[in-house]
Design a protein around this ligand. Structure first.
Ligand SMILES: [Zn+2]
Length: 307
């Protein structure tokens, strides 16, 4: 079955860790072979720029990661294509896989909308305002101040709206979440779970999840073990619990997946890398209808893409 996965950190690892290769199975959760074997259709690749890098090199680092995407992935694998729209996804041939670029935190653009628009032109179709800490746009979910959007952050959301780009609330502090709900036309949560089941600041409360659904957003269930189970160890059974809970909040048709592969050191025990997706799909098919599973795996995120 076709899979749309809304978040992974392959580009971060390829850029910063020497010796890794997308073409070989030598340590990445997501490789060419894994995507092909498991039935990938669209994989979102995040640009994640570590907060500790000097500001002067953050934008350059984002460009370097896009360069890695082209040199190491797109140029070497003609059946992998950069997709920038729903139409691009619909045009993918049966044996082709789409890669969609996303920005995880606005640290790379500092306070410069030219940099944001440049990233749009290079293919970025989803923008999260923050990672876990604060930046010029907003505070992240683990910044103790917990402030909402700055004036610049509001401009970023307006720019996302104008360019029909998703605004991703997965890492933002709660106050900023509600600011985004008031301003974003295309909000999503690419990789977050239910706070009601696992009390972690990166997870969303029922009230937040309902608000996201009311605004047409989709939530990507993530495989981060500590967001699935407070013990820090998780299994597919935990993923199903989060899906059940979120479905009960009116989430039928609004739940997807955002694995966070290559952004996590440990995984749920049965999902050690992307090649194991079929094990999850088997479990989903035992619990839910065919239409529900198809929606969760692919259709729901694709439907939420702005036309
Ligand atoms: Zn993340």
């Amino acid at each position: 079955m076709a899979i749309f996965d809304a978040h992974c950190d392959v580009l971060y690892r390829l850029h910063f860790e020497k010796g890794l290769s997308f073409a070989e199975n030598n340590g990445l959760h997501i490789t060419y072979d894994h995507l092909k074997a498991a039935g990938a259709k669209v994989q979102c690749f995040a640009l994640f720029i570590p907060a500790e890098l000097p500001q002067e090199i953050k934008f350059k680092t984002a460009l370097d990661m896009i360069d890695v995407l082209h040199r190491e992935i797109l140029d070497k694998h003609p059946d992998i294509r950069l997709v920038k729209s729903k139409a691009d996804i619909e045009r993918l041939k049966d044996d082709e896989i789409g890669i969609m670029l996303t920005l995880e935190g606005c640290d790379a653009i500092d306070t410069d909308l030219v940099k944001l628009r440049t990233l749009f032109r290079l293919g970025v179709r989803s923008v999260g305002l923050t990672w876990n800490n604060a930046n010029a746009a907003a505070d992240g979910a683990q910044e103790s101040r917990g402030a909402g959007l700055s004036d610049f952050g509001r401009k970023v959301v307006e720019e996302n709206n104008k360019h029909k780009v998703w605004t991703d609330v997965s890492h933002i502090a709660e106050k900023g979440f509600w600011d985004v709900m008031e301003t974003a036309q295309y909000p999503i949560a690419s990789h977050s779970n239910a706070r009601a089941l696992c009390d972690h600041p990166r997870n969303l409360t029922d009230e937040q999840i309902r608000a996201l659904f009311e605004r047409g957003g989709v939530i990507g269930i993530t495989f981060v073990p500590s967001f699935l189970n407070e013990s820090g160890e998780a299994s597919i059974a935990d993923i199903l619990k989060h899906i059940d809970h979120i479905a009960s909040l009116g989430g039928e048709g609004k739940i997807g997946l955002g694995s966070d592969f290559d952004g996590i050191e440990t995984t749920p025990k049965e999902l050690t890398d992307y090649s194991r997706y079929p094990v999850l799909i088997d479990a989903l098919q035992k619990h839910y209808s065919e239409a529900f599973v198809k929606g969760l795996l692919f259709d729901n995120f694709v439907r939420a893409l702005p036309e």
